[in-house]
Design a protein around this ligand. Structure first.
Ligand code: 3H9
Length: 706
């Protein structure tokens, strides 16, 4: 398709009296791809040239106004006109230009709207400058125009947070001039343009507005810089956003725009942009799984949760928050009361923070029932079992569910390790049994591993994906194996961390290196937070089946033997004096590490942060490649999303497999081969990794996303 033809098909113009209605129709979200930019520029030229045009109305077709630049174009050669040129043409128009916002006006979409002379919002409008979430800054005048329209502080926090504002808030912020009820954007827009023309409203350019109290603004920006540098943990674009706003205060408008453009290009070229945009698309791609595309989900209007511990209560809250009625099954009256208290605690917290009213809490809790009687869940559509992690206990629950639940009810287990095929086999209806692996706290954490056993029906898988959407989770399809995608890979890189510790890196050096990479916490801090006793119990359970040839590090066991289980006991890898949440290094732990090394005759070596991360990441990527090759994960991007959404992997690096692609698979493989000289049993290169390197390909080539 030629550029002109495609521009004409995505941007159309029609004269309504003396108003030129310019409609952007580029599904699904009217992103500003090259053809849209060409079409908008041509429409503005048409409006200037045609004496019959008195004013211009910009309107989006479908559910969005414009959701921003076309993210798929970033990283590809630029096609003119650039968006700033389009915005300049809109703002420079001698005839009034009005934008009517009836849905998302985000990023470049809001920049287009801010270049118009007047903005009308309908109730469903949402506005924002979320470029920071993609490692970018508003690159089409947003950093210069937003401070002029809404004030410098509000504009800066809008850009740093990436927050979306609803119509009413946009009106209050000064981003839109008027808010009207109504659903027909074109009709409401035309009525507003008429009103403006009748009132002889002048062309009003945002660029001509002044920024109030520039000296105070500059001082405030300096403070923001210091604070952002601390909070942004190595992120690149937040500080660049502040620099742009400084330019808005200090420089004439056109020079400010030029400064913004230069800094935008720096962000565009940064690896963080590539990582964050990969994460954006991967998070949407994960839900595209064969079963969800082939089958219709079963209706889910009610949910039961078996077990009211921390996990069960979190799952119940997630379902209640999605508007579902929840019945929780527990063993006895005392456990019912505890389960209810666990659920209520979450809502009490919201009420205490002023984020929920007592009445709203009562309305939610009215949808919650606790019971000891399985007969009470005979008619529910979906059950999630969250009892003690023991296969026999779980099988007993599933036998009971098989006995009472209506035919066609979806029976899900929240196990994090156990064999779901075996759990399914304990029922007469394995086609209805699936894994729904939530992460704690289940009402907060985004990740939901949907674990697909051999005999499950496709429509049950589709139902699980539909439920995830309702619960606002990020669902990842996983196959059955020990630990599925996330915990299986975690077990391997934790082992790499254990070996590093025994070979010479202190727990504190390991944690610092991992934090330096961008994780919020290192592995020893995570252990202390979760409770060291949990991993210890698993290790004891697995002791009998462990390969006697494999290297086993006992440091964590020595710590647990002393009753040091982390934060809850006041010490673990770290010391937590008087309930402190940030730990202090513990000389006694270092002594334990030393004595374990001595016991094995290991002379400690020193490792730099880079040495540590190369091993940590190589272990993660190598196991990730195995998980993909075995079909446990459908694609490398499923591994990426698992780690970003559930394991604190720094989003700006895209995920472990994206990190490997950006680092170079040949380099990662060379590292693994070098480490294998020390420990060939642990460091076995994944055949898929070897194959990709031999073929000169990367993991992304398996993602089949354009
Ligand atoms: C920017 O504007 C830079 C400028 O400042 C400067 C330029 C010089 N491009 O999320 P959904 C696709 S940066 C291309 O599932 P929802 C999405 O991949 C941009 N594609 O729907 C999906 O495709 P598929 C700043 C995009 O209703 C489909 O649309 N803007 C874009 O849950 C539906 O998306 C943003 O960061 C895009 N910009 O949510 C906004 N946006 O069906 C990003 C979406 O093939 N977008 N797609 O999987 C969003 O936040 C949400 O998509 C939105 C709709 C709220 C709009």
């Amino acid at each position: 398709m030629g550029a002109a033809a495609s521009a004409a098909s995505v941007v159309t113009t029609a004269l309504h009296g003396d108003v030129l209605v310019v409609t952007i129709d580029n599904p699904p979200v009217n992103a500003l791809g090259a053809a849209v930019r060409q079409g908008l520029l041509a429409a503005m030229q048409q409006a200037q040239a045609d004496a019959a045009v008195a004013a211009v109305l910009l309107v989006g077709a479908g559910k969005a106004f414009i959701a921003g630049a076309d993210i798929r174009e970033f990283g590809k050669p630029p096609v003119p006109p650039a968006l700033p040129e389009v915005c300049r043409a809109i703002e420079g128009s001698d005839k009034p230009v009005v934008a009517v916002l009836h849905g998302a006006a985000l990023g470049g979409g809001l920049e287009v709207a801010m270049s118009a002379h007047y903005r009308l919002a309908l109730p469903a409008a949402t506005v924002g400058l979320p470029e920071v979430n993609l490692g970018l800054l508003p690159g089409s005048g947003g950093t210069q125009r937003a401070p002029r329209l809404m004030g410098l502080q509000a504009a800066t926090s809008l850009m740093l947070s990436g927050q979306h504002l609803k119509a009413q808030a946009a009106l209050q912020a000064g981003l839109v001039d008027k808010l009207v009820e109504g659903a027909d954007a074109q009709a409401e827009g035309l009525a507003y343009v008429r009103e403006l023309l009748t009132a002889k409203a002048p062309v009003r350019r945002t660029r001509d507005l002044a920024i109030a109290e520039p000296q105070a603004a500059l001082a405030w920006l300096e403070e923001q810089k210091a604070e952002t540098a601390k909070k942004a943990r190595g992120l690149f674009s937040p500080l660049k956003i502040i620099e742009c706003v400084q330019a808005a205060v200090q420089l004439p408008f056109d020079e400010g725009l030029a400064r913004e453009r230069a800094l935008f290009i720096e962000c565009l070229d940064s690896p963080q942009r590539a990582g964050l945009i990969h994460a954006f698309f991967a998070e949407r791609e994960v839900a595209k799984v064969p079963e969800a595309q082939a089958a219709q989900p079963r209706p889910v209007a009610s949910v039961a949760v078996i077990g009211g511990g921390t996990m069960g209560a979190g799952i119940a809250v997630a379902a209640l928050d999605a508007g579902l009625p929840v019945t929780m099954i527990e063993r006895d009256a005392e456990s019912i009361a505890r389960g209810r208290a666990n659920v209520e605690k979450v809502y009490n917290g919201l009420v205490a923070k002023g984020r929920m009213t007592e009445a709203a809490k009562a309305a939610v809790m009215a949808r919650y029932i606790g019971s000891t009687d399985y007969a009470d869940i005979a008619q529910v559509d979906l059950v999630i079992e969250a009892v003690f992690e023991d296969i026999e206990v779980k099988k007993a629950v599933f036998r009971e569910l098989d006995r009472v639940c209506k035919p066609g009810a979806v029976l899900a287990t929240n196990t994090s390790y156990l064999d779901i095929d075996a759990i399914a086999a304990s029922t007469s209806r394995p086609q209805d049994v699936i894994g729904l692996h939530f992460f704690s706290p289940a009402n907060i954490m985004k990740l939901l591993e949907i674990v697909v056993p051999a005999k499950v029906a496709a429509d049950v898988v589709a139902t699980a994906f539909e439920l995830a959407k309702k619960l606002k989770k990020v669902p990842v399809r996983a196959g059955v194996c020990d630990g599925f995608i996330g915990n299986r890979i975690l077990a391997v890189y934790k082992q790499a961390a254990d070996y590093l510790m025994e070979d010479g890196a202190s727990p504190y050096e390991i944690d610092a290196a991992v934090r330096g990479f961008g994780f919020a916490m290192g592995p020893c801090q995570v252990t202390d937070l979760a409770g060291g006793d949990i991993g210890w119990a698993t290790r004891k359970r697995r002791a009998a089946t462990r390969d006697p040839q494999a290297r086993y590090v006992e440091i964590a066991d020595r710590i647990c033997e002393r009753g040091w289980f982390g934060q809850k006991t006041g010490r673990g890898f770290y010391l937590y004096p008087e309930g402190a949440r940030v730990g202090q290094p513990d000389p006694e732990v270092l002594a334990i590490v030393d004595s374990e090394r001595a016991k094995k005759g290991i002379t400690p070596r020193s490792f730099t942060a880079d040495d540590i991360m190369r091993r940590y990441m190589a272990a993660m990527v190598n196991e990730g490649a195995k998980v993909v090759a075995e079909g446990i994960a459908l694609r490398p991007l499923d591994v990426d999303v698992t780690f970003v959404a559930g394991y604190g992997f720094p989003r700006h690096r895209g995920g472990p497999m994206k990190w490997a692609d950006m680092t170079g698979l040949d380099k990662v493989l060379a590292d693994i081969q070098a480490f294998a000289k020390e420990d060939p049993l642990f460091w076995k290169p994944a055949p898929l990794l070897e194959q990709l390197v031999a073929e000169g390909r990367n993991f992304d080539s398996l993602n089949k996303v354009d």
